[in-house]
Design a protein around this ligand. Structure first.
Ligand code: ZN
Length: 414
């Protein structure tokens, strides 16, 4: 995508600010003279940054403003070592609310809606972002946070919630519980705003059908405000994002080279207006592509689009010499009748060879039918992904559901 002149100017201002502030980016960009960045190509030569770098700036090394201008911090979950702390100024918090409000509007949500928020509140950005946007829009927020299914369903009934905000796995869990309790006629949900993680069309269809709602994928990450920086409209042509606040690039995750629009790669984000912790060429490790704009979205918005997140670049595993990506498995399963959207991939090393076991949930009970299903999965995986897997059908509900993000691949080889 061609970078607009004003975007390059905004980025240069940001780079000037982070260099002046000292801290992580001043160090990373110390050999770069801002005035020497004159073209998109110059910009694309700047070094990347990523989560591990930000972690090293712990606690407040990312701040590009004096501490008295910081009104809040958030922190993204680190599985190991130090968390990554993101400082926000008043303007950052207001901008985030604005972005989130726009997302709700793109999803057709209005001030008359009751927004039921199940993502967690606290140091991470999930719940509070959904809340900020709801309040800015003027809708009624029901700040549930995760867990306590009984209370979730009671509040949905009694508050008349019309919008459910959740991860896909939690939305599925709630859909199953509502079905099980036979209270569907007391639930007034019309739309689901689902935090973007990899979830295939099949899971989407299940949640949409069981809850009777329209679904919207919302994208974001704590390092870049939080959720609320991109969302699909009703035409589902990818997620619109806000190019007055953010500059998106797609790179080859292996070589770091910029890829043309339409090609699948890693999303890299540069913030254009963030004050507390601006980011320059931040590698998200999220796999997507920029949707070419030769076919405009029928909704009439001229905002650029990225595809739904197809997974994490880190999830790519090499097995038997083949790069496998959970999304590919999901795409195969979606065309197989009786295979549910829930699956897990176990990779092991036995007798000097890699072995891949694919657990898939199915409603089938008959042993012969289950055998036939397993064979169908095995053959399709082989023909589409060109790798041998051993499918094992299990009952619906056997694979663990989580309130956070589902893990699909378990690699026990190392
Ligand atoms: Zn659209």
């Amino acid at each position: 995508m061609k970078m607009k002149k004003e975007v390059l100017d905004q980025i240069k201002v940001q780079i000037g600010r982070v260099k002046k502030a000292g801290g992580f980016y001043a160090e990373r960009l110390k050999d770069i003279d801002v005035d020497s960045i004159e073209t998109q190509a110059d910009f694309e030569k700047l070094p990347f940054s990523e989560k591990d770098d930000l972690r090293e700036a712990y606690p407040l090394g990312l701040a590009a403003v004096p501490q008295e201008d910081i009104v809040r911090i958030h922190s993204s979950s680190g599985t190991t070592g130090l968390p990554c702390i993101i400082p926000y100024t008043k303007k950052d918090v207001e901008d985030w609310a604005e972005l989130f409000k726009r997302c709700y509007e793109i999803a057709g949500i209005t001030k008359d809606d009751v927004i039921h928020i199940t993502p967690g509140y606290g140091l991470w950005t999930a719940g509070i972002g959904f809340q900020l946007g709801a309040e800015k829009l003027g809708a009624m927020a029901v700040p549930m946070g995760p867990g306590n299914t009984d209370k979730q369903i009671k509040f949905m009934e009694d508050m008349g919630s019309t919008v459910l905000c959740a991860t896909s796995s939690y939305a599925l869990l709630l859909a199953e519980e509502i079905e099980k309790r036979g209270v569907k006629d007391k639930i007034h949900l019309k739309k689901g705003v689902i935090g973007s993680e990899r979830w295939g069309p099949k899971m989407r269809a299940r949640i949409a059908n069981e809850l009777g709602v329209e679904l919207y994928d919302i994208y974001g990450l704590t390092e870049v405000y939080g959720p609320g920086i991109a969302i699909n409209c009703e035409y589902e042509t990818g997620m619109h994002y806000f190019d007055d606040y953010l500059y998106f690039e797609i790179i080859d995750p292996k070589t770091g080279e910029n890829l043309p629009d339409g090609e699948l790669g890693e999303l890299v984000i540069t913030t254009l207006q963030k004050e507390g912790a601006p980011l320059i060429r931040y590698r998200t490790h999220d796999l997507t592509r920029i949707i070419p704009d030769d076919v405009p979205c029928p909704c009439g918005r001229t905002l650029p689009r990225i595809d739904v997140i197809l997974g994490r670049t880190d999830d790519m595993v090499k097995v038997k010499g083949v790069n496998i990506f959970p999304g590919q498995v999901e795409d195969v399963l979606k065309d197989i009748e009786h295979a549910s959207s829930e699956y897990q991939i176990f990779i092991d090393h036995e007798n000097g060879r890699d072995k891949i076991t694919l657990f898939v949930e199915t409603p089938l009970k008959d042993e012969q039918e289950i055998k036939a299903l397993e064979k169908e999965i095995k053959d399709k995986i082989k023909s589409v992904i060109n790798v041998g897997m051993i499918p094992k059908a299990v009952e619906i509900g056997d694979l663990p559901r989580s309130e956070k993000k589902s893990t699909r691949v378990f690699d026990y080889r190392y």
